[in-house]
Design a protein around this ligand. Structure first.
Ligand code: ADP
Ligand code: 5GP
Length: 188
């Protein structure tokens, strides 16, 4: 099975994905390539494979990505075919954390084998507060992400499930329930 998570930046997608991965050892995170620099405690090969623009475009030409997007002002992010193989060969289910366009694209590729989940913030104001509180981006980058969020919210209708991340504990239990239900449907 394939689990696809998308959200406007700051909605709490990483928080929820990390929680889910800590709860189930049959799921594994697909590590994407990006051309942005590592932030904070990020480690190459764990959160992302950090590569140069040149290498990214070379790998695009070699057909190594299932999908890729120019997510923020010239920064590329891409899902590697080799990650899917690596995870499926271990008998694990694949977890994707991708932007909204990438999420819609991956769902089109994998169809019923995939469950696509949109993590929504309770409001755009709260989203801005969370991004400021996270303190990982400049105010300019935060405004770019908040502006993009309003457009991304419109695309939530293309996802199988929407989880509103208002109260974190409630969002976590909803997430576990949604995944368990999907497993039951697949096993039937
Ligand atoms: P994303 O991966 O969607 O960009 P993060 O998971 O990094 O978002 O969350 C953004 C910030 O909001 C983080 O500082 C996180 O701790 C905080 N956060 C996540 N969920 C909640 C919530 N339900 N209520 C308040 N703060 C939250
Ligand atoms: P960040 O820079 O905050 O880690 O990520 C920015 C955005 O890029 C997030 O929405 C994240 O989900 C998305 N992203 C990460 N990897 C990929 C990928 O492989 N493909 C696409 N389309 N988006 C990605």
């Amino acid at each position: 099975m394939i689990l696809i998570f998308s959200a406007p930046s700051g909605a709490g997608k990483s928080t929820l994905v990390n929680y889910l991965l800590s709860q189930r050892d049959d799921l594994e995170f697909s590590v994407s390539c990006t051309t942005r620099a590592p932030r904070g405690q990020e480690v190459n090969g764990r959160e992302y494979y950090f590569i140069t623009n040149e290498e990214f475009l070379e790998r695009v030409n070699k057909g190594e990505f299932v999908e890729y997007e120019n997510v923020y002002s010239g920064t590329y992010y891409g899902t590697l075919r080799s990650e899917i193989e690596r995870i499926e060969n271990k008998g694990h289910h694949v977890v994707f954390d991708v932007d909204v366009k990438g999420g819609i694209h991956l769902k089109q590729i994998f169809g019923d084998k995939a469950l696509s989940i949109f993590v929504a913030p309770p409001s755009v104001e709260e989203l801005r507060r969370r991004l400021i509180g996270r303190a990982t981006d400049s105010m300019e980058k935060i405004e770019e992400r908040v502006k993009k969020a309003s457009i991304e919210m419109e695309d939530s209708k293309h996802f199988d499930q929407i989880i509103v991340n208002d109260n974190l504990e409630i969002a976590k239990s909803k997430l576990l329930r949604v995944i368990e239900e999907k497993f039951c449907v697949i096993q039937k």
